[in-house]
Design a protein around this ligand. Sequence first.
Ligand SMILES: [Zn+2]
Length: 308
Amino acid sequence: MRETKLSAHDFVLPLFVSEKIEQRREIRSMPGVFQLSVRDAVDEARQAYELGLQAVLLFGIPATKDEAATAAYHADGIVQQAVRAIKTACPQLVVITDVCLCEYMSHGHCGVTQRDGEHFHVLNDESVALLVKTAVSHAAAGADLVAPSDMMDGRIAAIRQALDEQGFDQTGIISYAVKFASAFYGPFREAAESPPQFGDRRTYQMDAANGDEALREAALDVEEGADILMVKPALPYLDILWRVRERFGKPTAVYHVSGEFAMVKAGAEKGCFDERAAVLEIMTSLKRAGADVIVTYWAKELAGWTRE
Ligand SMILES: [Zn+2]
């Protein structure tokens, strides 16, 4: 008898939707992962649903960026368009949207920044105001869950309040409660076209060395009204995943990130191990460590592998 059993329902498929392309474009360091037009994203979403997956997570790549991330909260922005199209084609599929500003800011940071020579600050409250607008516009387009990934203080409470006030009390919040500054985000920045143009994100993401701080961050998000807590990345942080799940007893998600994906792909291509066996072992470890939901670029393959 195996105590940990994987099924298609465990997995969420991330989709990169771009306003700038007509044809799907493969991401160099992530074989089999593509930037998609809205039309192709709808096809992917439908396929995912038919394979038995319950949810997709959308990231947007806008045609234009500016210093106010305008395209993030435009009613006809790329994510808003994609949500409407996917919910029309596939109403049963749960659509989760990433809520952040980095893909929409010309400087690539997750919030409004103020520069001071070599130094820069992220302005927390100004950033939260834009994140709230973005989350509400996603909900208005039909998103079932919004997933703020920016790590600004107080954004969960602000988003919850705005959603409730505007009639979106059924829209849930997945909080990236615990997001570590990580070497493993590299390929994602190509996928989402969001590398910071100056500085790095260590001022607002967490230090890998601090587990207790992770629990304090998660506690704040629970208090502020997060429905699901997310830990990111996955494999180097299994202990954090376990502690968050045990401490709060909340549905807990984990994001197996782009660099973790690329690492396994590269190893498998070199013949170091069998891809499918490695992926199943990793996913089992994530679920065993407490994950109720696993965001992974292998979601579609896993739907098949776990059925067999
Ligand atoms: Zn961001």
